[in-house]
Design a binder for this molecule. Structure first.
Ligand code: SAH
Length: 543
């Protein structure tokens, strides 16, 4: 989860950007009336509580007290808690506040290194040996956190311990060890009720689900099989299944319920014997799920919104964070960045939409997490339709494309963003038209404009004009003028949500092609659209 660096004023921006530089995908959140950052917020307390509730790590550049007060009402539930830190505006102090179990001290150290200061670590167990015991590395899971805390308290009070099993990350830890200690750190895939010892499960069990019937509860069956063999569900590394089950819902639900990756193989990755449905393989070290077969690929088509980060939906942001491959027109891909080193970026020309869509299916068919970006909403004159068109044409020749997990994530379309800036010109019935005749005959456009004029709809024009289409806009407006009064308000939104944003309101009589270009959204009012002060709106009623 990318972290939120929260600032209250411009004085903290320098420090915020220094921290941001070390954490790709992190965003600087600024109090809207005081500072211009990546994401704007209006109310510090509400904003920080919302971040906390969504599990977002928070680095607040203000006094610890302000953060504590803001979160006080949210602290009762000490379940999964994101890291929360206070950092002095000038970068001179880093104070981890919450999220000991989710790595706040690790984060504090990293931020401390970035700022050249020692973090104010206050957790006694952590200072001696707690963190390395209670937050085992990837591939291992702590059996019971409460039991773990009791165990660490015991060590702090003078108990000694020994290690049963293989825990390479503890080799260098400064633990009070004794070969015959009463209490042990036990590394085992087996579940046992154990109040005295610290139990850590290596994720070393691989399950092969050789057969699935439609209404199978695979998770329940998995738990039963593991229980029967005395294994903890936390020791499960992955579910693996034959490729033919790639689109089987019950398998996906099971992997989700068991919180493990789901992999697909052409044949069982180990000797599954004659087990009818589920076979388990227990390895002597954690298993890297990535090394087993391949994942079901995903293809997510997202809309970035008009341009600014705060108008991008959290779902689109989450898809970008999860992406392994990002495809799109160069301008939009740049808008979606920055990207991590492990993410592959494929930028193409704006006109190669079908080609890009096919490429996206090819990558996803290999098991990759692919994101295709559009501006605004992906379903409005953008990539979602191109992706479905590619599937429509290509699925017979490429049956593997149909197994890809496809999702479309909506975005704020330019007409909606422009309308909001201007007021509510789309407050009553309206239509949306692209004036580009690249993919449809001009005669169709003229006919539709005439019908929309006749029907007294507000009209939102996308793609109003380009160098290759110099005369069309004036022709279109000529048709509108047959049906509308010259005083009809027209909203022109250019680069809405981007740094060069410009909004103009003119009358239909004043409208001409010199006022628009490809980066402009044109909204022509209906007979009822009116102006109040700086605002344009279309009333909800109609007579
Ligand atoms: N999928 C996009 C539209 C793509 S068509 C969406 O839903 O917004 C491209 C046209 O959208 C441009 O020619 C322009 O008319 C409009 N447009 C896109 N982004 C815009 C912005 N930030 N400000 C104004 N108009 C924009």
């Amino acid at each position: 989860m990318p972290m939120a660096i929260v600032v209250l004023g411009a004085g903290a921006l320098d420090t915020a950007r220094r921290i941001q530089a070390k954490f790709q995908q992190s965003r600087v959140h600024g109090l809207a009336r005081r500072v211009n950052a990546d994401i704007a917020y209006d109310d510090f307390g509400a904003h920080v509580r919302a971040l906390y509730a969504s599990g977002t790590p928070v680095v607040a550049l203000c006094s610890a007290g302000i953060v504590i007060r803001a979160l006080a009402s949210s602290l009762a539930d000490k379940g999964a808690e994101p890291p929360v830190l206070a950092v002095a505006q000038d970068g001179s102090a880093v104070v981890p506040l919450l999220g000991g179990m989710s790595g706040v001290n690790v984060l504090a150290r990293e931020i401390g290194t970035a700022l050249g200061v020692a973090p104010a670590i206050t957790t006694s167990g952590e200072l001696r040996f707690g963190q390395c015991l209670l937050a085992p590395p990837e591939g291992y899971a702590l059996a019971d956190i409460e039991q773990g805390k009791r165990f660490v308290s015991g060590l702090l009070a003078g108990d000694a311990t020994r290690i049963e099993g293989h825990a390479p990350w503890l080799d260098d830890a400064d633990l009070p060890r004794a070969d015959h200690a009463r209490f042990a750190v036990r590394i085992t895939p087996f579940a046992a009720h154990d109040d005295d010892n610290l139990v850590i499960h290596p994720r070393c069990v691989l399950a092969w689900i050789g057969h699935v019937s439609p209404d199978d509860d695979v998770a329940e069956r998995m738990r039963a099989v593991m229980r029967a063999q005395g294994l903890s569900p936390l020791a499960l590394a992955a579910l693996a299944a034959p490729v033919r089950y790639m689109t089987t819902r019950s398998l996906e639900d099971a992997a989700h319920a068991l919180n493990v990756p789901l992999r697909f193989c052409d044949a069982a990755p180990f000797d599954a014997g004659d087990a009818p449905r589920i076979a388990l393989h227990v390895s002597d070290a954690p298993i890297d799920a990535q090394s087993i077969g391949r994942a079901r690929g995903t293809l997510t088509v997202i809309g970035l919104g008009p341009g600014s980060a705060e108008l991008m939906t959290p779902a689109a942001r989450a898809a970008l964070v999860a992406a392994q491959d990002v495809l799109g027109y160069e301008t939009y891909v740049r808008m979606a960045g920055p990207f991590r080193d492990d993410q592959r970026v494929h930028m193409t020309d704006n006109r190669e939409e079908l080609q890009r869509a096919r490429h996206a299916f090819e990558l996803a068919s290999e098991g990759r997490r692919v994101v295709v970006v559009s501006s605004g909403d992906p379903g409005v004159f953008a990539m979602a339709a191109a992706v479905l068109e590619a599937l429509d044409e290509g699925h017979a020749a490429h049956p593997e494309w149909s197994a890809v997990k496809l999702a479309i994530v909506p975005g704020v379309s330019a007409s909606l963003a422009t309308a909001a800036r201007a007021g509510a010109p789309l407050g009553h019935d309206f239509c949306v038209l692209s004036l580009s005749d690249n993919l449809k005959p001009w005669s169709v456009i003229e006919k539709r404009i005439a019908h929309a004029g006749e029907a007294d709809l507000v009209m939102a024009f996308y793609n109003p004009l380009s160098k290759a289409r110099p005369w069309q806009f004036d022709r279109a407006i000529g048709i509108v003028k047959r049906y509308r009064d010259p005083h009809t308000p027209v909203v022109l939104g250019r680069d809405i949500g981007r740094p060069a944003e410009a909004l103009r309101v003119v009358t239909l009589g004043e409208l001409k092609s010199e006022l628009v270009d490809m980066r402009t959204m044109v909204i022509v009012g209906s007979s009822t659209t009116r102006v109040v002060g700086d605002w344009v709106y279309t009333p909800r009623w109609y007579e």
